[in-house]
Design a protein around this ligand. Structure first.
Ligand code: GDG
Length: 501
């Protein structure tokens, strides 16, 4: 019970590697940029802790230390590992979170799979996270919970520790009542979230949706509504809003709501982009391309990312524009998260089929229209591809934010390059200067990629300048400051005694 900041995130903040029989903790290689950002918060507090799960054949005798001390570039912090059995992991993470919640969060009712959900296990795992957080938090600490797989943690934690401030950040979209209420556990989830002091989302639309869902289930009062800041929606696209509730109350308790888009580490990306090795790699890629233009697409293998729709659009492009054959190449990086889930395997298979068909239909020995890359590309190479690309083609069907779009702009210190961005990515509300497209419309997809390939340099540079300005302004430090302010402005927890355990 000694940490002023407790981060509750399902994954551990490092990778464990066995070297000569000893465990070493290394930076995560997995393609997700949020972990280092969260760890950087430890530098802002006297003492920090992280709560995550770790698989154990027998959770009663896990064979590892439950709590360890880490001392890395982010400082010293404690990591509390909850031993979960493989069955618990499958049930809580792969089934409840990924098969039931994920499709609803992203608006895919038809993919929602209710039958296999074991709700008691979901509760049990969330309870274990709440207990571990309660054990680490100092009196009055901030407990910062991340994402939908830990939805029940705030409610449990509030009972265990009425003295702490609870902040919850959603990395995904949040749906309105029509969609959210498909979940039979809707009331329990909303009541748990209403135990928070702060609830954060990327953009105003998700805040409005959350309030619509909450009000359909509980007597929630909107205390304050504010106009949306111009940086979060100057031009009307599918996800823009005019105003958002910033404070609500429920059963006499105030809750601050926040629209705070996660940004990227612009300085780091610019530094990587400026390295001589990156320039060498860019030259290598360009030589390989010859006269061809490079279209780059990067994302996880997930139906929400719209990979299939994108490949079909590319196929139509090559079909209808014979002049582009031999003069354009698509690098489609689609990396599977480490899940072995049937839904994702089916997408991978379909991507491979369409990619094979495109290469077969249009390719030759000298020219391959498409490279489907299913393994993670090292980040330094990814930056070189961002630099070498003529067009970044980022067209998710639904996406909380989409950091790839921002990374692309951050890497373009040369001021060139075109971003084609789905209007259903949260990032679109900030980046209206992208070529905005609707991935549900073949016509819109096809005309966006065609016009991006044909765009004159002057227009490319104007748009890139505008996007780079916003990405630099609302970078990861901006988000961090916003989070810190949100912690500070939350109501002081009641002067309650910590219940004896
Ligand atoms: C969730 C929400 C929200 C991808 N391929 C490679 C690679 N990546 C890195 C990118 C980027 C990250 O993965 C992907 O971030 P996104 O934001 O685009 O998407 P999700 O993983 O779905 O993240 C999303 C985010 O949380 C943050 O709140 O924006 O909406 O779904 O950083 O660079 N990195 C490397 N090789 C790859 O092949 N090294």
């Amino acid at each position: 019970m000694s940490s002023n900041l407790v981060i509750v995130y399902h994954r551990q903040p490092y990778e464990e590697v066995e070297v000569d029989g000893r465990i070493e903790y290394r930076e995560n290689k997995s393609p997700n940029g949020i972990v280092p950002t969260l760890k950087s918060f430890f530098g802002r507090f006297n003492s920090g802790a992280w709560v995550a799960w770790k698989e154990a054949e027998d959770p009663t005798d896990p064979g590892f230390d439950r709590v360890i001390e880490i001392d890395d570039q982010y400082g010293r912090y404690t990591v509390s590992r909850l031993p979960l059995s493989p069955e618990q992991v499958t049930s809580f993470y792969h089934v409840s979170s990924k098969e039931a919640f994920w499709p609803i969060l992203h608006g895919f009712k038809e993919r929602y799979n209710y039958d296999p959900v074991d709700w008691p296990t979901f509760r049990e795992v969330n309870w274990a996270f709440a207990e571990a957080a309660a054990a680490e938090a100092a009196k009055g600490a901030i407990v910062w919970v991340h994402d939908y797989n830990l939805w029940l943690v705030p409610g449990y934690l509030r009972k265990l520790r009425p003295d702490v401030k609870i902040s919850f950040f959603h990395h995904t979209p949040f749906p309105g009542a029509n969609m959210f209420n498909v979940l039979p556990w809707r009331r329990e989830i909303i009541e748990s979230l209403l135990a928070c002091d702060v609830i954060g989302f990327h953009i105003p639309r998700y805040v409005n949706n959350f309030v619509s869902s909450a009000r359909s289930l509980c007597d929630v009062t909107v205390e304050t509504r504010e106009p949306v800041k111009p940086e979060l929606g100057s031009q009307a696209t599918a996800l823009t809003e005019r105003s958002l509730p910033t404070r609500i109350s429920y059963e006499g308790k105030g809750i601050n709501l926040q629209a705070s888009p996660v940004g990227v580490d612009v300085d780091f990306i610019a530094e990587v982009a400026g390295r001589p090795e990156t320039a060498d790699k860019v030259a290598e890629i360009k030589e390989e391309l010859g006269e061809a233009q490079l279209i780059l697409s990067v994302g996880r293998t997930d139906y929400t990312k719209g990979g299939i729709e994108q490949l079909l659009s590319y196929e139509r492009l090559l079909e209808t524009r014979p002049d582009l054959r031999g003069r354009v190449r698509l690098m489609h990086v689609s990396v599977a998260a480490n899940t072995n889930m049937v839904a994702y395997e089916a997408i991978q298979t379909e991507l491979e089929q369409i990619a094979g068909r495109i290469n077969g239909r249009f390719g030759s020995f000298e020219w391959q229209p498409l490279a489907l890359v299913s393994r993670a590309v090292p980040f330094t190479d990814l930056v070189a591809y961002y630099r070498a690309a003529d067009v970044a083609w980022i067209t998710p069907l639904a996406d909380g934010m989409n950091l790839v779009a921002k990374e692309f702009c951050a890497a373009r210190t040369d001021g060139d390059g075109v971003l084609v961005l789905s209007e259903f990515a949260g990032a679109a509300v900030e980046m209206a200067s992208a070529v905005i497209t609707n991935p549900f419309s073949a016509k819109s997809m096809d005309s966006a990629i065609s016009s991006a390939l044909a765009m004159e340099e002057e227009e490319r540079r104007v748009r890139m300048r505008e996007m780079r300005a916003i990405v630099a302004k609302q970078d990861i430090r901006f988000w961090a400051e916003d989070q810190m302010q949100a912690f500070d402005s939350a109501d002081m927890p009641e002067e309650a005694e910590i219940p004896a355990s």
